[in-house]
Write a protein that binds this ligand. Structure first.
Ligand SMILES: NC(=O)c1ccc[n+]([C@@H]2O[C@H](COP(=O)([O-])OP(=O)(O)OC[C@H]3O[C@@H](n4cnc5c(N)ncnc54)[C@H](O)[C@@H]3O)[C@@H](O)[C@H]2O)c1
Length: 349
């Protein structure tokens, strides 16, 4: 059997317990969950006791110094993604960092450079890549089914889905609202399916029309008095290959669906709707919508992502989410906020 990888977790809140820890646990003897760290050391101790993790730390730097880890998951609020990732890489660890990559493209670049210097794997928690639908759509698109994709529509919209817990509405800790929290998933899905063309121009506007007032909270009552992020963003993104993406993303918006996470791609020879998966084509004098009768099912995309990361640490494959893609994704996130801020087009080089 291959050597057990020694794993550490930095930040042991919701996503660490829902996705990362169970993902590592499912790998059995392949990995050992050695330690976890959280500024809330009580929580770190509780999580360690619940999941059989040997040691709990308050300071992740101390954990990195003492434990000789092979790999870590970074599951902190967004503000700490870059410093924790860089510290872990410098301590000789492979890193799976939660999305978004960072708070800025400068931070994302510094993370990628640290990975290159350390010669370690750096990848990001963009679990939609592992879904049945995205993988099937990717195979169809790469197989030439819809031809060159020249336009896309991205939705990551919620009617009243402002989280009533955590720090999701704290600009300093998260960097923004739906753009950086949920838009990032569908934007990445879209760019991945298009082959990650380089973004060249972004025009965006953000709104704060609902979050700063009390209202019906479908994800709990949010802290409307301290609501510091956008509740809706609209953006147009132009890519180097001439293609365009229209993005709409919201935590709260007066719409007739509770939530929609979807990507729609228009190609010369056909189109793809990703969630649910449907391929639309002109064929033999008619217009057809093709839906899958059966697809190989990925039961738990988050945990699949963790397994894929561990295999990448072992050198079995390159990570599906590359560090370079993460920088491009972060460029778009930054440009959306910059464009909204200056009320003008942002040009990327
Ligand atoms: N991929 C997904 O589907 C998904 C889902 C939810 C959250 N996330 C991402 O995961 C990250 C965490 O989100 P969450 O929902 O688990 O939040 P959370 O608030 O439940 O947990 C975050 C934890 O990090 C700890 N923490 C804060 N600062 C720290 C520091 N400097 N060092 C160590 N620990 C620190 C907090 O005490 C808390 O326990 C965010 O970046 C978020 O975007 C991803």
């Amino acid at each position: 059997m291959a050597r057990q990888l020694r794993i550490g977790i930095i930040g042991v809140g919701g996503i660490a317990q829902y996705a990362h820890i169970p993902g590592y646990k499912e790998l059995g003897d392949e990995v050992e969950l050695v330690a976890c760290a959280d500024v809330n050391v009580e929580r770190a101790r509780q999580v360690a006791a619940t999941y059989g993790i040997a040691r709990a730390y308050e300071e992740y730097r101390e954990m990195l110094e003492r434990e000789e880890l092979d790999a870590v998951s970074i599951c902190t609020p967004n503000k700490f993604h870059a410093p924790a990732t860089i510290a872990a890489l410098e301590a000789g660890c492979h890193v799976l960092c939660e999305k978004p990559p960072a708070l800025s493209v400068a931070e994302a670049r510094a993370m990628v450079e640290a990975a290159a210097r350390a010669g370690k794997v750096l990848t990001f928690g963009l679990h939609y890549r592992f879904t049945t639908e995205v993988q099937a759509a990717k195979r169809a698109i790469d197989g030439g089914e819809i031809g060159h994709v020249y336009a896309a529509r991205v939705d990551a919209i919620r009617r009243r889905g402002i989280p009533g817990w955590g720090v999701f509405t704290n600009k300093e800790l998260q960097g923004g609202g739906p753009v950086i929290d949920i838009g990032v998933h569908m934007l990445d899905t879209c760019l991945y399916l298009m082959g990650y063309p380089k973004p060249v121009q972004v025009l965006a506007k953000t709104y704060q029309e609902i979050g700063t007032r009390p209202g019906v909270g479908a994800l709990g009552q949010w802290d409307w008095e301290n609501f510091q992020v956008e509740d809706l963003a609209m953006a147009m993104i132009k890519l180097e290959n001439g293609a365009t993406i229209l993005l709409e993303t919201s935590f709260a918006q007066n719409i007739d669906v509770m939530e929609r996470m979807n990507v729609r791609l228009s190609g010369r020879e056909g189109g793809v709707n990703v969630f649910p998966l449907k391929i639309s084509k002109e064929m033999h004098g008619g217009l057809y919508d093709i839906t899958p009768a059966w697809l190989p099912k990925v039961e738990h995309p988050h945990r699949e992502e963790v397994k894929h990361f561990v295999a990448a640490c072992r050198g079995e494959h390159e990570p599906m989410v590359t560090a370079e893609e993460a920088v491009r994704l972060q460029q778009v996130l930054d440009a959306i906020y910059q464009s909204a801020e200056k009320d003008d087009i942002v040009y990327l080089d």
